[in-house]
Design a protein around this ligand. Structure first.
Ligand code: NAD
Length: 379
């Protein structure tokens, strides 16, 4: 046990993933649940100086007025997750941490995400520089008020539309010169503010975040770390486990179709074809990355409201075996999205804080296995 107090700052704090990670920390620190599903609780990590659940204080940015308690209650009611005793036993830390949530920025988030917002100040910043200064002020206040030795920032906010980088994003000097305009999506404004303060940044979403040379440069300059993109929690995790089997048996994958249906708030945002294209890109590229060629692939994501946080993913894999014989494997994955993602956010927070204490800087390539589209790694 260390005597450190550390902070977990969540962008999109009171969404499904943010709330589940927060509730998980509260429940773990109060002994109301065990460590099942936390990778960093495996014996492999024994003896490593990771922060314990009770060492954490949570805060974050939101664009909606919902708090941790309301979202946890909503998930419980709509998706039938979380034990009632566990929920009751965590109300106190959830209420305390809710008070640390501040209004985030909608600058560069796109119109579909803007429709979710009901905090009046979310539109306040008109330039990247204004947004970054506000985010930095919130982070500094959180760290100082709670007397934290370190703070890690994890982006678990809604998936943004795809963002094409340009010359401006190739160096920090060029980006800095453009900050009086709006050269970055919201996820990257949060990344900029975080890194500029020397704090580690985790991008659990497919949004741009810190994945451009200018922000990688900032991470190194400020001696801090980044990792991302898009947590590999369910269907894609299964794909990256199955694809090597086909490769190692020298079977040829002819086509791989993945059809996803689910009904949570992430699904509402992904129902916009533009936002959806960011997600499809990270989900669709994993097979060819593993097998080294490009079979025909199709990934579809559909919002089916009645399913709430429960995702069904049907995978149809058509492959060629000996003497040209074609065969089919079909797998149906049924997982609860937030419950799959929450513990990985905690793993990534603990590992990022640990890496920073060890003096690591820049992209944490060893965390690639946690992501669909690992930052800085091609496999
Ligand atoms: P959600 O809609 O429940 O939560 C997202 C939250 O972000 C909402 O509360 C929203 O108000 C907030 N938000 C949006 N834009 C913001 C901004 N600019 N600033 C501050 N807050 C903002 O979605 P979720 O199910 O919690 O998923 C969160 C993210 O994690 C999504 O991008 C999703 O694609 C990604 N992800 C989820 C999983 C999983 O659930 N298994 C796996 C991989 C990646």
């Amino acid at each position: 046990m260390s005597n450190r107090r550390v902070g977990l700052w969540l962008i999109g704090a009171c969404g499904g993933v943010g709330t589940t990670a927060t509730l998980g920390l509260a429940a773990l620190s109060r002994g109301l649940t065990d460590t099942t599903s936390l990778v960093t609780a495996l014996p492999l990590f024994n003896g490593i100086d990771l922060d314990g659940p009770a060492d954490f204080v949570v805060g974050g940015h939101e664009i909606r007025q919902a708090g941790f308690r309301a979202t946890a209650a909503e998930l419980h009611q709509r998706s039938n997750v979380f034990d009632e005793n566990l929920l009751a036993g965590c109300q106190e830390p959830l209420a305390a941490w809710e008070a640390n949530v501040r209004t985030g920025t909608l600058l560069g988030a796109g119109p579909t995400i803007a429709k979710l917002a009901d905090r009046p100040d979310a539109n306040k910043a008109k330039t990247a520089r204004q947004a970054i200064e506000q985010i930095k002020a919130d982070l500094v206040a959180f760290k100082e008020t709670n007397k934290l030795s370190q703070v890690v920032v994890a982006n678990v906010s809604s998936t943004e539309p795809p963002f094409e980088t340009s010359e401006v994003h190739q160096s920090l000097a060029k980006l800095n010169a453009a900050l009086d305009g709006s050269p970055l999506p919201a996820s990257s404004l949060y990344a900029y503010a975080t890194l500029d303060l020397g704090l580690p940044f985790v991008n659990f979403t497919p949004s741009l975040g810190a994945t451009c040379p200018a922000l990688e440069e900032l991470a190194v300059l400020r001696h801090t770390t980044v990792c991302g993109k898009d947590g590999k929690t369910g269907e894609t995790l299964m794909k990256t486990v199955l694809a090597p089997m086909f490769a190692h048996r020298n079977w040829r994958i002819l086509s791989w179709v993945g059809h996803n249906i689910f009904g949570n708030r992430d699904g509402i945002v992904l129902d916009d074809p533009i936002n959806k294209s960011s997600k499809i890109k990270t989900k669709d590229q994993v097979i060819s990355g593993v097998v080294g060629y490009k079979p025909q692939t199709l990934v579809s994501i559909e919002y089916i409201e009645s399913l709430d946080d429960w995702k069904t993913a049907w995978n149809h894999i058509h492959f060629k075996g000996f003497l040209g014989t074609k065969m089919i494997m079909q797998v149906i994955w049924q997982g609860c999205d937030s419950l799959l993602a929450g513990p990985l956010v905690l793993d990534l927070a603990r590992l990022s804080l640990f890496a920073q204490r060890r003096g690591e800087v820049g992209v944490l390539k060893h965390l690639a296995c946690f992501f669909k589209n690992p930052h800085g790694v091609t496999v």
